[in-house]
Design a binder for this molecule. Structure first.
Ligand SMILES: Cc1ncc(COP(=O)(O)O)c(C=O)c1O
Length: 377
């Protein structure tokens, strides 16, 4: 590693190397799907949902979730305004309208009140994001959505290892999705997983993943036009090895979080909260600078050899969505998303960092805060 302090990345041990080598050597012929099946079974067990489908990304998992639910043109899907575009783009792939909802100032996740304000007779689903490892009050969200027949899709891309009221991230949705991108707590390089409760939705997803061929059915016989959305065995082997270390991987992140809290909270900078009922796997350590634009601090840290990231821009403010009428309404309504985004930064949370490196990040951040504030005054 160079002298720079990286913002995100994996923890790789001999276990991962051994699993991947095994897949490269033996994951062919009658073993071509062995690691994918083992990884799917392990994820289903971890999350507590009966079906798991491994995929090339979390974005493709959301795409298939919406297709399986038959969400399409004329339908609305509620999504937090403050999230990565991967949570919302699939809504447009199926021709539906994303409705950008405001978030809670503490968890940065949806609240039942904010969701209720966005529900219309056209609402078919809510994609609820477990942002940076935090999770919303899912019992309350379910109580709002289920009587209305609105599907709850849990986007747990960033939250593997978190729990809310004792239920693992991904365990609350009717359908749930995970990302195994290289920055995530569990990685496959690139990859994703869709978890489901309903056997017929599961069967639909398996067919859509195989170019519209019913798995096990006639070879080269496609019932419909589908997608090429399979995970490869080498990636699955890496994911399976990582999942076996989940407790350790979460502990590494929580150790970083503890070091950051001890250094930043005495200076009035709160880092990822853990309200009652939440066990936070802290995908990215996040702090909100009360009176400084995040870009100014990010530039300061870059000059100090430290990489950081901006908290997501509200989706409704991005050029990708700004012309949508639903984005125009969201920009008027979503005060919390706008405010949190303005001063929010993610601090280095790579699991390979040492306490001395966290020390350096915090020292440079605090010096930067006082210097930059003085300059702005
Ligand atoms: C909240 C959230 N949803 C969806 C995605 C999309 O995941 P992927 O890159 O695996 O498609 C990400 C990825 O970073 C994410 O953070």
């Amino acid at each position: 590693m160079s002298g720079r302090i990286p913002v995100a990345g994996p923890s790789i041990t001999d276990r991962e190397v051994a699993f991947v080598l095994e897949a490269v050597r033996h994951g062919w012929y009658d073993q071509a799907n062995a690691f994918q099946e083992r990884f799917e079974q392990a994820m289903a067990k971890h999350v507590g949902l009966p079906y798991a489908v491994s995929l090339p990304s979390c974005t493709s998992a959301l795409h298939l979730a919406l297709l399986a639910l038959r969400v399409g043109p004329g339908d609305e899907v509620i999504v937090p305004d403050l999230t990565w575009i991967g949570s919302a783009a699939p809504i447009t792939y199926v021709g539906a309208t994303p409705v950008f909802c405001d978030v809670d100032p503490v968890t940065l996740c949806l609240t039942p009140q904010a969701v209720e304000a966005c529900v219309t007779p056209r609402t078919r689903a809510v994609i609820s994001v477990d942002l940076y490892g935090a999770m919303p009050d899912y019992a309350a969200l379910r109580a709002l959505l289920w009587p209305k027949g609105i599907a709850l899709i849990e986007d747990a891309a960033e939250a593997i290892g978190s729990t809310r009221d004792g239920v693992p991230a991904g365990g609350w949705g009717d359908l749930s999705v995970f990302s195994f991108h290289g920055s995530k707590t569990v990685t496959t390089g690139e990859g994703g997983m869709l978890l489901l409760r309903d056997p017929s939705l599961h069967a639909t997803v398996l067919t859509l993943r195989e170019h519209g061929r019913v798995p096990g059915g006639r070879l080269f016989w496609n019932e419909q036009v589908g997608f090429k959305y399979r995970m490869n065995g080498i990636s699955a082997a890496l994911g399976l090895a990582q999942l076996g270390r989940l407790g350790e991987l979460v502990a590494l992140r929580r150790q970083l979080w503890t070091w950051y809290r001890a250094r930043l909270e005495p200076h009035g900078l709160a880092v990822n909260p853990e309200p009652p009922g939440l066990f936070n796997s802290v995908w990215m350590v996040t702090t909100l600078l009360p009176d400084l634009p995040k870009e100014t601090m990010i530039r300061w840290l870059i000059a100090e050899g430290i990489d950081s990231r901006p908290v997501f821009y509200p989706l409704s403010a991005l050029p990708a969505f700004e012309a949508w009428p639903s984005a125009q309404q969201a920009r008027q309504r979503n005060r919390v998303a706008a405010q949190v985004s303005a001063g929010g930064i993610n601090l280095p949370t790579a699991p390979v960092l040492s306490e001395a490196q966290v020390d350096r990040v915090c020292a440079r951040l605090l010096t930067g805060l006082s210097t930059l504030r003085r300059k702005a005054a």
